[in-house]
Write a protein that binds this ligand. Structure first.
Ligand code: S3P
Length: 451
């Protein structure tokens, strides 16, 4: 799929129709996107063969696989979800012969900036229209202080030319925004710096980079500081290949889970979902709303906690989500807003400024998604306010998805519980993170089809 042309060229409208039947069944969701990107990247930086099981084979992660190949690593698919990477050893990636196209993926683009910043090579990064509109200065400004040189479009946007540093300087950096991508880019550059790279984050963000770097043999010290953390990476470690088991993505599990909550009579179980505490803000929030959400079989697999989540349809109450919780559920607000539309009372989600710079302006687009389907919403500063209807909203709207997979899935979930069907202008971008979404939902009994 080529997303670099105008989205309308291959738009795939889809419709979700409320059905008479409840959703039921036991499913797994595709592998965690954050962990999948990192497994391929860190495998390419390590010495030896890294075997990966459960890799997300979505468009975003396949872009990372292609980029790692272009940088000299051997990346091979051995079977469904089973991959291996032959790394070159830290600091040994080689100059790509062509532009690296990261498609729709902000995580791929920003983390690869960190990798390239500390390799003495030249590379050019680009992406689709969505990615080319997203801010990159948040990574290029600190990485320039490590010694790399970046030349981009106005506002530092892609396409971006990168000349990596010959001698990377270790950085001490306090993140101005709560972003795991920025933290990870700086730590990845720090791998090749002599000395300790320190990142201070005001709010704790997902820690897959820290966990996986340790798994590959790096020394990473983490100190809790108030609501945030200080991470110290000792530079120039020997990174040794290590096998990785990718858990189910909690951000993908969120869609069938909310669908079951809002479709009367439903009960579903999602097995093997990642339960890293820095990713589970949605589950805590849904429970506060009164959701019957049970976690069983909690276990540690490949260094990450996973479990099976069972959810039953039931009435929901409005909720207030504090700003401090936003990083642990940053990708889940569109689908949480859908759940809030069914709840009794007015919900408020605080501190969502980062949603404005996701695959789309998700704050505005989430509000528009609900408005188009008869739900009253407001944006006050960086807060989203949803007036719950205490039952099914009217629906019947056409939702513009702005090249954003999570908006498309949220709108289709909404349609399953509304009084009238919901149509999305383009479901193609769902492939970036959740290949097989419509089939999986149909397997549970949902009526989702091309419109
Ligand atoms: C991600 C971090 C988050 C998240 C994205 C994946 C990661 O972005 O929204 O989907 O894998 O590090 P930010 O770092 O911009 O918050």
């Amino acid at each position: 799929m080529d997303h670099s042309t105008a989205p309308a060229a291959q738009a795939r409208p889809f419709r979700a129709t409320p059905g008479a039947t409840p959703l039921s069944g036991r499913i797994t969701v595709p592998g965690d996107k954050s962990i999948s990107h990192r497994a391929l990247m860190f495998g390419a930086l390590a010495q030896g063969r890294t075997r990966i099981t459960g890799l997300l084979e979505g468009e975003d992660v396949l872009r990372t696989a292609a980029a790692m190949r272009a940088l000299g690593a051997t990346v091979v698919q051995d079977g469904p979800g089973a991959w291996h990477v032959e790394g070159q050893g830290r600091g040994n990636l080689t100059e790509p012969a062509d532009v690296l196209d990261m498609g729709n993926s902000g995580t791929a683009a920003r983390l690869i900036c960190g990798i390239l910043a500390s390799h003495p090579i030249f590379a050019v990064l680009t992406g689709d229209a969505s990615l080319r509109s997203r801010p990159m200065r948040r990574v290029t400004d600190p990485l320039a202080a490590c010694g790399a040189r970046f030349t981009g479009r106005a506002g530092g946007r892609l396409p971006l030319a990168i000349e990596g540093a010959a001698e990377t300087q270790p950085l001490t950096y306090r993140l101005p925004v709560a972003s795991a991508q920025v933290k990870s880019a700086i730590l990845l550059a720090g791998l090749n710096a002599a000395g300790v790279t320190t990142v201070e984050e005001p709010e704790a963000t997902r820690d897959h980079t820290e966990n996986m770097l340790r798994h590959f043999g790096a020394e990473v010290a983490v100190e809790v500081a108030g609501t945030g953390r200080v991470i110290r990476l000792t530079g120039q470690p020997r990174l040794v290949a290590a096998d990785i088991l990718v858990p189910g993505d909690p951000s993908s599990a969120a869609f069938p889970l909310v669908a079951a909550l809002i479709v009367p009579g439903s009960e579903i179980t999602i097995s093997g979902v990642g339960l890293n505490p820095l990713r589970t803000g949605l589950f805590a929030t849904l429970r506060e709303m009164g959701a019957d959400l049970r976690i069983t079989g909690e276990r540690v697999e490949g260094g990450e906690t996973v479990g099976d989540i069972t959810v039953l349809h039931g009435p929901l109450q409005a909720v207030e989500v504090p700003r401090s919780r936003a990083p642990s559920m940053i990708d889940e607000f569109p689908v949480l807003a859908v759940a809030a539309a069914f709840a009794t009372g007015v919900s408020r989600f605080r501190g969502l400024s980062e949603l404005r710079v996701k695959e789309s302006d998700r704050l505005a687009a989430t509000a528009a998604l609900l408005t188009a389907n008869g739900v009253v919403v407001a944006i006050e500063g960086d807060d989203l306010i949803v007036h719950g209807m205490g039952g099914p909203p009217p629906g019947g709207g056409i939702v513009l998805t702005h090249m954003d997979h999570r908006l498309a899935m949220s709108a289709l979930v909404l349609g399953l519980g509304c009084r009238a069907a919901v149509t999305v202008d383009d479901a193609a971008f769902i492939e970036t993170s959740f290949p097989g979404f419509a089939d999986l939902m149909r397997g549970l009994g949902a009526d989702i089809a091309a419109a």
